[in-house]
Design a protein around this ligand. Sequence first.
Ligand code: 6PG
Length: 229
Amino acid sequence: MRAPIAFATRHAMMAAAADIIAAALNQGVARRGEGCAALSGGGTPAPAYALLADKPLDWPRIAFALVDERFVPPTHEASNEGMLRRALAPALSQGARMLAMYAATARAADAAAAAEAVYAPLSFDIAVMGMGADGHTASWFAGAEGWDAAVDATTGRSVVAVRAAHAPGAADRLTLTRAAVLRARRIIVLITGREKLDRLQRALAGAAPAPAALLWEGPHGEPDVLWAP
Ligand code: 6PG
């Protein structure tokens, strides 16, 4: 693992992340006429998204996708889409689009199939990943039902359903597959706190396996880790 890009404060890290995401989206707009970022949920990245949404980007040409979602409606407190809609409100009100991963289907697998139709054609200018203290990223939880499909680096599927009993917020999840995340032109991982950094470094040293280490496996370049205490 390359050394993480370390910041003295979380605010400095969030501001840098917002700048990186904005630059990637601007490049997408310049190259393809549209920009698309795949964004993780959880608690960590919301301030970066809020700083991003205050920037003067060409918002009608920009779409936000989710890296993963809890199988709950956007009004639920655990919804990643709900968090993203709040943090990104200024951008959404200026024409940016939110590409929902959740759908109100009876089974998570049906929502994943519906999301597949929207997500399969997407070109991600950047994927913003997080990591849980247990070492998961996206909804790649070790031991989850659906694990093999989720971490398949060569599958043609972009979105699958997984079920992980101990996942925060909701056991039923929808997630980008590893193949879909690796399509992103750039991957950044936002982590805070010494515990998560130690967990990631141990995984990458081979001392304690963690799903997040799968982002480093393969022919693509290493993700950039942004870290603050
Ligand atoms: C989710 C996420 C997930 C997140 C990590 C870290 O829906 O849970 O997208 O992969 O990035 O769990 O979450 P925190 O930032 O809350 O620690």
